[in-house]
Ligand binder design. Structure first.
Ligand code: TYD
Ligand code: MG
Length: 454
């Protein structure tokens, strides 16, 4: 029997200390230490190593792999984010807020991969509840096994019995190992269990998909160390009041992190949205001021989204600024540019900004649409919904070029836009004769203002 020892763990970053500390020397947070009893356990995964054989050093030329071995999930959006399917032997973490649809996504994927044997372990729901969810999704497969279990030792017994090709664990915070006395969800438990799953994945080549919860401030609950152990961290996000859900890779050892997958939550599970632009633009009212369409790129895919803004006189001394789906500091910067360089008096106005559909964009090409939406609301003149914008704004009000402009313009043309505003410096990359649409090149924000509202 291993000897038990008490340690204190920072619940934020996983820092381990033999005495209680008020402030974590690692991450600087206060009051995050909690006591956990750890048995001097065998080092992670040694128990399983015996059964799976020992690997020996090889010359790098001798190591073989084949790209075609990826397991397709039969879900285009999921595959896109993963970089073309699940890599055998990989450990994947799917994070997201409660109720966003993590269990639905993985169960749906589990049911769709009908050509592989799959074990879905749930520490949160009973087998009946999983079955009810599967009935809602409505896919029938003979290859999906489910079990409700929370202890890793039992889970590996089930794994030995079923011999799955893919293992899904929902969620890592509910799973515990008998080697550690602290409750499920504590730092030492999460770390140990994740390591055991990693060891299982690496030695058997069976990919493991873990679901993880997210804390209120948006980071994955449990220690950061978990993010270091896994091969890919996917985040499922969206506004629960809307149907859209976005799957993003925050880390991906086997693919790019710039691709996103878009889904819509429906009564019968998640539906893939393979053409997001048309989807996000469909609910547009033509007569309202304060809206502008941005031609953004997420990964390799153009996505047209609507920026909505409301500018009104501030009732109180300090004007309010609020942004949904857009960086607040970037908004402050754009407002300062409009105020200082172009003379629009926004300093005493409340400014609210919203990206339609509860979507978050990081592409700087959205800047010009944001600025024009704000100006449109400020002067109360609507911008036609058939106009799109694709440019970044600089600190002196200059309209800057964006990457892959021809792709954005071609997509705008295809979607039937009449005009697109781009930077003058992007013009030489564009062959205007190829498009039905008018390309308006501007070099400073005032030019765009005059073209739209004068
Ligand atoms: P769930 O996958 O349980 O979320 P998580 O595992 O991230 O906590 O999904 C929860 C929500 O999804 C729930 O509010 C109901 C909704 N839902 C649908 O709208 N349609 C469906 O077919 C399913 C299965 C769930
Ligand atoms: Mg769940």
């Amino acid at each position: 029997m291993a000897k038990a020892k008490t340690y204190y763990f920072c619940q934020e970053c996983g820092y381990q200390s033999s005495s209680w500390l008020g402030r974590c020397p690692e991450c600087g947070k206060f009051g995050t230490f909690a006591e956990e009893v750890v048995k001097a356990a065998p080092i992670a995964g040694t128990r399983r190593a015996s059964s799976a054989g020992v690997s020996t050093p090889k010359r790098i030329q001798e190591v073989t792999y084949s790209e075609t071995k990826r397991i397709p999930t039969h879900c285009g959006e999921f595959d896109r984010v993963l970089g073309g399917g699940i890599v055998p032997g990989s450990l994947l973490l799917l994070g997201g807020e409660p109720g966003i649809g993590k269990s639905t996504l993985l169960l749906q994927t589990a049911l769709a991969i009908h050509d592989r044997k799959l074990l879905y372990v749930s520490g949160e729901e009973s087998e009946q509840q999983i079955k009810m969810r599967a009935d809602r999704i409505g896919i029938n497969t003979e290859q999906c096994y489910v079990v409700s279990e929370t202890v890793t030792q039992r889970i590996f017994e089930h794994v030995d019995a079923v011999q799955p090709d893919i293992l899904v664990v929902d969620s890592i915070q509910t799973i515990s190992t008998e080697d550690i006395d602290s409750p499920a969800g504590s730092v030492s438990q999460i770390r140990q269990c994740t390591t055991e799953f990693q060891h299982y994945a690496k030695t058997t080549g069976v990919p493991v998909l873990l679901i993880g919860h997210i804390t209120k401030d948006g980071s994955l609950a449990g220690p950061k160390v978990m993010e270091h152990i896994v091969d890919a961290v996917l985040q499922f996000e969206g506004d629960r009041n809307y149907g859209y859900r976005i799957l993003r890779a925050l880390k991906n050892r086997f693919g790019s992190t710039s691709e996103i997958g878009i889904f819509e939550m429906q009564g019968s599970g998640l539906r893939e949205v393979s053409n997001p632009s048309e989807f996000l633009l469909s609910q547009r009212d033509e007569t309202l001021s304060g809206a502008a369409v941005a031609a953004t790129l997420e990964g390799a895919r153009p996505m047209f989204i609507e920026v909505q803004s409301l500018v009104s006189s501030a009732v109180y001394g300090t004007p309010q600024r609020n942004a949904n789906g857009f960086d607040m500091r970037r908004l402050s910067m754009l407002l300062a540019v409009l105020e200082k360089r172009c003379g629009f008096k926004l300093g005493a106005k409340d400014v609210f900004l919203n990206i339609a559909g509860g979507i978050r964009v990081n592409d700087p090409a959205i800047d010009l649409a944001v600025a024009c939406a704000i100006l449109s609301s400020n002067v109360d003149i609507p911008i036609s919904p058939r106009i799109a914008f694709a440019a970044e704004l600089g600190l002196s009000g200059e309209v800057r070029p964006v990457t892959r402009v021809e792709q954005r313009v071609a997509e705008a043309d295809r979607l039937g836009f009449e005009k697109i505003f781009v930077s003058k410096y992007n013009l030489r990359e564009l062959d205007s004769k190829r498009y039905h649409m008018e390309i308006i090149a501007v070099s400073v924000i005032e030019e765009a203002f005059r073209a739209l509202f004068a």
